[in-house]
Design a protein. Structure first.
Length: 206
């Protein structure tokens, strides 16, 4: 499991922060889907939230409290809104993704309110959950970089097995377009299969 060291330079109340994160983690542990990592099996969204927080801190060692909170709640209760509830095709997929962002933001806001966070912090986390202003909001850019890194680490190889090379390269290019230079540099340091690194190289070269 990831060794996460939470910075506290921008955390107003550490006890409240720790309790809030523990609530997010407890909810994410309810995910019925499983991922095996380093020989151990974990609830999928719990592991992915841990991974996202880890990558965010790697990219921003003095990450703000809203960014840290958003990294642990970005996909809160995702399994409760399955893709199968929406029509097939791109329009259905885009509607699902848009609705998910709002759902995650709403669920996160409820918990932040319960723990006594102020309206300004809740709104800051909400904007991150909704991924607003990726290229203009430094925290949002860091979060997006982290999400792309988690995708590359845990889901990319499955995409390779599922789609033809041209489709995979297109997916990679769309992800790369949302990343910063720091995020792309971190992506280059991840471990890949031979085929994975080959396709990634083609995507970035293009």
């Amino acid at each position: 499991m990831f060794q996460i060291s939470i910075p506290d330079t921008d955390i107003a109340n550490r006890e409240r922060f720790d309790q809030t994160v523990a609530r997010f983690d407890a909810i994410n542990r309810e995910d019925p889907a499983q991922i095996t990592f380093e020989g151990e099996t974990h609830p999928a969204e719990f592991l992915l939230a841990q991974a996202l927080c880890y990558r965010v801190i790697q990219l921003a060692p003095e990450a703000s409290e809203p960014l840290l909170l958003a990294s642990r709640s970005q996909h809160l209760r995702r399994w409760e809104r399955p893709r199968s509830e929406y029509p097939e095709g791109r329009a259905g997929y885009l509607k699902w993704r848009a609705d998910l962002k709002v759902f995650h933001a709403d669920e996160t806001a409820k918990i932040l309110e319960e723990f006594g966070y102020d309206a300004e912090t809740i709104e800051a986390v909400r904007e991150l959950n909704l991924k607003k202003n990726i290229k203009r909001n430094a925290d949002c850019q860091t979060l997006e970089d982290g999400l792309c890194l988690v995708f590359l680490q845990f889901q990319y190889e499955g995409i390779i097995a599922k789609y033809e090379a041209d489709k995979v390269i297109d997916i990679l290019r769309k992800s790369a377009a949302k990343m910063s230079e720091a995020g792309l540099a971190a992506a280059g340091n991840l471990s890949y299969s031979h085929r994975g690194r080959e396709l990634l190289g083609q995507a970035l070269a293009g």
